[in-house]
Design a protein around this ligand. Structure first.
Ligand code: DUC
Ligand code: ZN
Ligand code: ZN
Length: 475
């Protein structure tokens, strides 16, 4: 009998799950939660969490790490810096994308992505697939085989020349999702509308970053969202619409839910905390707006309210970062060589892996907009269920991995120098927050605490995913 049954006991925790808040000790052994109870015997190490909320570690089900790009564009974060940054902000599982290039086999894309992950990850990870070239071989051989091996989700793009599928191709891919029980994620923006608007803006000399939002107004997202819903209805398969930005798309999703369709939806911090004004002003500082260029673009204050309401009332299933780590300075990012480039050439996406959880805890839970249980549902439990990782991930229960966040409620000013990603800015610079993780445990090991980040490259394990286990919801 070892001297201590538990490797670690977190005492007096105010445990939050998607269903409840309750007080207890958490006994951890071999990286898993072995007991929940009061007055547990001492562990080899005890942490007193008295008075603090303890939530499941976050599952960031939409982030991009070391995804290949045509030169000179390059992602700043790989599996080392990206997962380091994630865990310092309370996220303990990430699901980035193994992206198929047109002409490439899907299997080759997956093999390449495993090489990129190598033994760098500090926390556990799975892969979504991106299907950009649904050839007969992909549809009938590669995709079914990969789903059977545990790659049970994939993203479909309705825009971007190098990624987009036409409606017939989308139907083909959705049919595979239906037959094999996979989850299809959809980037819903109308490519032809964006091209048409972009050409006219460029012809008028309107190429500054803020015109990115003019090229992608809400109706572009609304039309594609409606079409994606219709395609899913035709095939009779659930889909998850990613990075929903505002009212128009939300209305489409509510309508579909009202019909009883299984349409799930994701939103992201940029649609709560940024507006189109962050894409820049006129004049000499216009180029700074490139820092906030992402797609769909942020909207306005009234749309932020729509998104908050959707988080609170169950319209949204998951809350992800959509971390897309492009530097601002340098040759490979958003402001290449210090030159302002036309918005069409600015890589779309912003960093957010480390800030996702603190932003939502602080401005959602502590500001009274969301219950602690809703926070857990959106940031951990539902993403784990949507992508077949629950109950190993996304909850606090006996047998689950000991991925935990012990929250510290304190005032702080967000600044990029405190973050651990390899990006040279945060879009949330200067924001006042009321909380940050005091301690993050990743499979029972302290990965972040008052002393800082405790590296363990290669400790992160690749996780195969099962079938989605989300229950249908109306909202
Ligand atoms: N879509 C994403 O999901 N991420 C970054 C850019 C984009 O358009
Ligand atoms: Zn997208
Ligand atoms: Zn993305």
């Amino acid at each position: 009998m070892p001297e201590h049954f538990f490797d670690l006991v977190v005492r007096n925790a105010r445990v939050v799950t998607a269903a409840d808040v309750f007080s207890c000790d958490i006994g951890i052994r071999d990286g898993r939660i072995a007991a929940l109870g009061t007055d547990l015997p001492p562990g080899a190490r005890d942490i007193d969490a008295a008075g603090r909320y303890v939530t499941p570690g976050g599952v960031d089900a939409h982030c991009h790490l070391d995804q290949p790009h045509a030169a000179p564009i390059r992602m700043a974060d790989d599996f080392d810096t990206g997962t380091r940054s994630a865990v310092c902000g309370g996220t303990t599982t990430v699901i980035p994308f193994a992206a198929q290039q047109k002409g490439q086999s899907l299997r080759a894309a997956v093999d390449d992505y495993h090489r990129r992950a190598g033994d760098k990850a500090h926390i556990d990870y799975s892969f979504h697939l991106i299907v950009s070239d649904p050839t007969p071989t992909v549809l009938h051989e590669e995709l079914p085989a990969l789903i059977a091996e545990g790659y049970t989700s994939f993203k479909i793009y309705m825009t971007y020349d190098d990624l987009k599928l036409d409606d017939g191709q989308i139907l083909d891919v959705l049919e595979v999702a239906r037959q094999r029980g996979a989850m299809a994620m959809v980037h819903a923006e109308n490519a032809d509308c964006i091209d048409w608007l972009t050409q006219r803006l460029e012809a008028a000399g309107r190429t500054a970053p803020r015109f990115h939002a003019h090229a992608r107004p809400m109706l572009v997202e609304r039309e594609a969202t409606h079409r994606a819903i219709s395609l899913s209805q035709l095939v009779d398969v659930p889909i998850l619409i990613v990075h929903v930005s505002g009212k128009d798309a939300v209305e489409q999703i509510r309508w579909a839910r009202g019909l009883g369709l299984k349409i799930y939806a994701e939103t992201c911090p940029q649609y709560l905390f940024l507006t189109a004004e962050d894409l820049g002003t006129e004049g000499e500082h216009a180029y700074l707006g490139a820092k906030c260029v992402c797609s769909p673009p942020p909207r306005d204050k009234s749309n932020q309210d729509v998104i908050w309401n959707g988080l609170a009332d169950g319209l949204f299933t998951v809350f992800s970062s959509d971390h897309a780590p492009y530097r601002f300075e340098g040759e490979d990012g958003k402001h290449p060589g210090g030159e302002a480039v036309a918005f069409r050439h600015i890589p779309n996406g912003i960093p957010g892996l480390e800030t996702r959880m603190p932003l939502l805890w602080s401005e959602g839970v502590l500001a009274g907009r969301l219950t602690p249980q809703k926070f857990v549902e959106l940031t951990a439990t539902n993403p784990a269920k949507a992508y077949g990782l629950h109950p190993r991930k996304g909850t606090i229960a006996v047998g689950s991995d000991a991925d935990l966040v012990i929250w510290d409620e304190r005032e702080l000013t967000l600044t990029n120098s405190h973050l651990h990603h390899a990006v040279d800015y945060t879009p949330y610079e200067g924001m006042q927050l009321s909380a940050w993780p005091a301690i993050t445990l990743a499979r029972g090991r302290v990965a972040w605490d008052a002393a800082g980040f405790h590296a363990s490259p290669g400790r992160g394990q690749f996780l195969t995913c099962g079938e989605p286990t989300l229950a249908p919801r109306r909202a």
